[in-house]
Design a protein around this ligand. Structure first.
Ligand code: GDP
Length: 442
């Protein structure tokens, strides 16, 4: 997401940054480039104008000109204004003091509403909302109810459904009452979409809103449709009050125009970003972090939060004990790998590292299949071999290679690398700095 915009902005700003002093002409030239980059990214032209004017005013107004390191200050101004453009402060979901908190999901057919309903349920479950239910009110799109039954259950939510014959407003009312009766923490209502914004859609939505009395109304818009997504949001904003936007399919939109324009045009912030078809490809949207990602400064905060959400203290203590006692075996290694994998696709994790945005990342293709190969090799070993890989020689090696569908070289390489890791752990344990060079030469 934002790949091409990120690339262009980073190139312009790196040019600005590298100059010792800046003249007004330099700032003007940079603003022209930024303006073009934003227009190419399909950002609404009024928004572009407002944005470049704001940056220019601040850049020329603050004593940037003629100062030492003025380039860095311009980068900071662009960063601040980009974050401001996307809403400034991160917007939060509201939770009702008397549960259930009801979240109404609105949007056109195909926008990603049903997917986002399940993803949000999963995210809230992960954040320790004890019980989450989802209600299937999209009775018009073929298979939407079936889809929610499947993904909702996978997300750990109770699915409230009454097939496709019932009236959506009736289902919504019934679901709200049931959630109350069953003491649910959160109820997420997947409403019926239409192909276009029309009167029926709006009427039905208003009715569902009335009978469910939602704590939050979220509008799901498809980032891949660019400015159309913004227009849809604008039309919704005129008729139904919604509180925030879920920007879906950001993974398929290298330009990012909708995400950059929607707040300015509708006044409503983006609360969540959906970045893939898998349930865990969904994150809270933080304008400041997104701005930093676009400018290639990474998003270490999101990375840390992802890691923390997978962190298990008892497991970590046990791991520390094993390392201390040199009992760290291939089983533990496999566990660690699986934990890293649960954080999401490696490519997207790398995208959050400072200095690894945009084009650098594209040259750095991560082969996710390597994980599968390592896993297959370890799973083809006996328990004894996993505890003590030194015994893996000759015929054992051949058996493991065959069992894992790899070859003897791959098995050897894995055992060698694991041995190096163990030595590294041991030397760190004994307080010595490991001799990395010596390890590499082995
Ligand atoms: P609905 O009609 O609004 O309920 O739309 P769906 O939730 O069924 O989504 C429509 C299609 O978009 C499905 O094929 C989803 O798998 C896909 N989809 C939804 N969200 C995303 C996303 O963030 N990224 C990608 N690549 N596909 C998505």
């Amino acid at each position: 997401m934002f790949d091409s915009l990120a690339e262009k902005l980073q190139a312009t700003l790196s040019d600005v940054r590298s100059r010792g002093t800046l003249t007004e002409d330099d700032v003007n030239a940079a603003m022209r480039e930024i303006r073009l980059a934003l227009l190419e990214a399909d950002v609404n032209f009024k928004v572009v104008k407002r944005f470049t004017n704001a940056v220019k005013e601040r850049a020329l107004g603050s004593d940037v000109i003629g100062q030492l390191n003025p380039g860095q200050q311009v980068v900071k101004i662009v960063n601040d204004e980009l974050a401001e453009l996307m809403g400034g402060e991160s917007a939060e979901l509201r939770f009702s003091s008397s549960p259930p908190t009801v979240i109404l999901m609105a949007g056109l057919q195909g926008s990603g509403k049903t997917t986002a309903t399940a993803k949000l349920a999963r995210l809230l479950r992960e954040q320790n909302r004890s019980s989450v239910a989802v209600a299937a009110c999209d009775v018009y799109r073929p298979a939407a109810v079936e889809q929610l039954i499947t993904v909702g259950a996978r997300a750990g939510a109770d699915v409230y459904e009454r097939g496709t014959d019932a009236d959506p407003v009736e289902i919504a009312k019934w679901a709200r009452e049931r959630a109350e009766r069953e003491g649910k923490d959160v109820l997420i209502v997947d409403t019926a979409g239409r192909l276009h914004v029309d009167e029926n859609l709006m009427k039905e939505l208003a009715e569902i809103k009335r009978v469910t009395n939602p704590t939050n109304v979220l509008l799901v818009v498809d980032a891949m449709t660019g400015q159309d997504a913004v227009n849809v949001a604008e039309q919704f904003a005129e008729v139904v009050q919604f509180d925030g936007v879920v920007m879906s399919k950001l993974d398929g939109d290298a330009r990012g125009g909708a995400a950059l324009s929607v707040k300015s045009v509708t006044g409503k912030p983006i609360l969540f970003a959906s970045t893939g078809e898998k349930l865990d490809q969904f994150e809270r949207f933080h304008p400041d972090r997104m701005a930093q990602r676009i400018l290639g400064m990474g998003d270490v905060m999101t990375l840390i939060e992802k890691a923390e959400s997978q962190f298990d203290e008892t497991q970590a203590k046990e791991l520390e004990r094993k390392i201390r006692k040199s009992e760290f075996g291939l089983d533990d290694f496999l566990d660690q790998l699986r934990q890293v994998r649960r954080l999401g696709p490696l490519q997207s994790l790398l995208g959050m590292m400072p200095g690894l945005g945009g084009h650098q990342l594209r040259n750095l293709r991560v082969d996710e299949r390597e994980f599968d190969r390592i896993q297959a090799i370890i799973l083809s070993m006996t328990a004894e071999e996993r505890r003590n890989p030194d015994i893996i020689k000759g015929s054992r090696r051949i058996r493991i290679a065959r069992g894992s569908g790899t070859n003897v070289q791959a098995v050897k390489a894995l055992i060698r690398q694991f041995g190096q890791m163990q030595r590294l752990m041991k030397s760190m344990q004994s307080g010595k700095m490991p001799d990395i060079g010596a390890l590499m030469r082995q």
